[in-house]
Design a protein around this ligand. Structure first.
Ligand SMILES: Cc1cc2nc3c(=O)[nH]c(=O)nc-3n(C[C@H](O)[C@H](O)[C@H](O)COP(=O)(O)OP(=O)(O)OC[C@H]3O[C@@H](n4cnc5c(N)ncnc54)[C@H](O)[C@@H]3O)c2cc1C
Length: 362
């Protein structure tokens, strides 16, 4: 039997790596080509390394495509957590979602998760009008991406670094390519043969704490509505404990803001909001009976402040076949998988499996 064709995947974030792995598992030869690779110093434009990252869907109640991606990814990651233990880089937690605005309620997706429960009015803290809880998952981004790189190599896939000006440029570097998969996220705004003007950054700033005593429960406070078309709208304060003992607190959401530097006043605001939601973050030695915690109580446990640009797209994620690339008399099919905004981690495996379906149908 002749070997399956070579697929070149452009982009090595969570979306490119999971796509490459599923394609390798389906029998394709796979090469990944990207400017930023796991293990590089943090960079705002490499969203996968800046993310929280928890599995917390924003899928609109009518959005069956997003719901399916998010649910499939949850099931795959839950299986990883159960079978790989420490090495999974995934933490299983109890997640509590609080809603502050009158009339607000949870998305239906949460009802499909294990241990879902709607909280009684009598259980609500003063800042919430509604709350639900369920079992969720969080990822240690660096170790999880490193694990995917090892898996891809074990499957025979290769990775090379290149800053591309176009998808055609990737074909020039990998001339045996039969199919090209574009997972370049915000890069799709400037690659000269994609130039997707719907792509834009949604800046996010988070603070990474070292607080291993807070490993069992994640919490989110939603103020205002999620976006009407499914998405991370309103003001969200979140506490994301990780297996490593880090706890990520956030967040912010600034459209078309390319400032890659943390803003000091934002860091203080994040700490203030996080303490209101999760006072247990204060290290034991700094707790004073009867005293309200203040942002400076967290100063000794701040590891770093991180800024990232979510790869947002007007009209939603583009996971579809594109125009063939015609280069030097050859016509190469293209499949796009980019524009996951704030949901790339929680939808990655579902999206990767849809990429395999599109590639297999070519
Ligand atoms: C603060 C913050 C918190 C987040 N929290 C969550 C969360 O809790 N849950 C969740 O699901 N998601 C979360 N996200 C969103 C998530 O991080 C993204 O959706 C996801 O990382 C997108 O993955 P990606 O692989 O498409 O993009 P990226 O990780 O940005 O990777 C893009 C890849 O394409 C390459 N590339 C781009 N342009 C070029 C070029 N010209 N030449 C060569 N290579 C190129 C890059 O080098 C990189 O390898 C968060 C994001 C941020 C910023």
């Amino acid at each position: 039997m002749s070997p399956k064709p070579l697929v070149t995947v452009c982009g090595c974030g969570i979306i490119g790596l999971t796509s490459a792995i599923r394609l390798s598992q389906a029998g394709y030869q796979v090469t990944v080509i990207a400017r930023d690779l796991p293990g590089d110093p943090l960079h705002a434009s490499y969203a996968s390394t800046a993310a929280g990252a928890h599995h917390l869907s924003f899928a609109d109640d009518g959005d069956t495509r997003q719901q399916a991606w998010d649910k499939r990814t949850f099931d795959v990651m839950m299986e990883e957590e159960q079978t790989e233990g420490e090495a999974s880089a995934i933490l299983k937690i109890r997640q509590v979602e609080y809603y502050a605005s009158e009339g607000q309620t949870h998305i239906k997706f949460f009802e499909s998760l294990p241990d879902f429960r709607m909280h009684e009015k009598s259980e609500l803290p003063p800042f919430a009008v509604h709350a639900v809880s369920f079992t969720s998952l969080t990822m240690d981004t660096g170790p999880y991406l490193a694990k995917l790189v090892r898996l891809l190599h074990a499957l025979g896939g290769t990775i090379q670094r290149a800053d591309l000006s176009s998808l055609a440029n990737a074909l020039a570097k990998c001339p045996d390519t039969s199919i090209l998969v574009n997972c370049t996220a915000l890069g799709s705004a400037s690659l000269t043969d994609v130039m997707d003007s719907a792509m834009h950054p949604l800046r996010g700033q988070v603070v990474v704490l070292n607080a291993p005593w807070c490993r069992s429960e994640g919490r989110t406070l939603q103020v205002g509505e999620l976006a009407a078309d499914g998405g991370e709208g309103g003001e969200r304060t979140y506490i994301i404990p990780r297996k490593s003992g880090q706890v990520v607190i956030g967040g912010t959401r600034e459209a078309n803001d390319w400032n890659a530097e943390p803003r000091v006043e934002t860091t203080e605001d994040i700490k203030r909001r996080a303490l209101m939601l999760y006072p247990e973050l204060v290290p034991e030695g700094a707790r004073v009976q009867g005293k309200q915690p203040t942002p400076s109580d967290l100063d000794t446990i701040v590891e770093k402040v991180v800024v990232g640009f979510r790869p947002a797209r007007h009209g939603g994620t583009r996971l579809a076949r594109g125009e063939n690339l015609v280069v030097g008399g050859r016509s190469v099919p293209v499949v796009h998988n980019y524009g996951h905004s704030g949901a790339g981690w929680q939808s990655c495996w579902g999206c990767a499996e849809d990429v395999v379906k599109l590639v297999s149908g070519l």
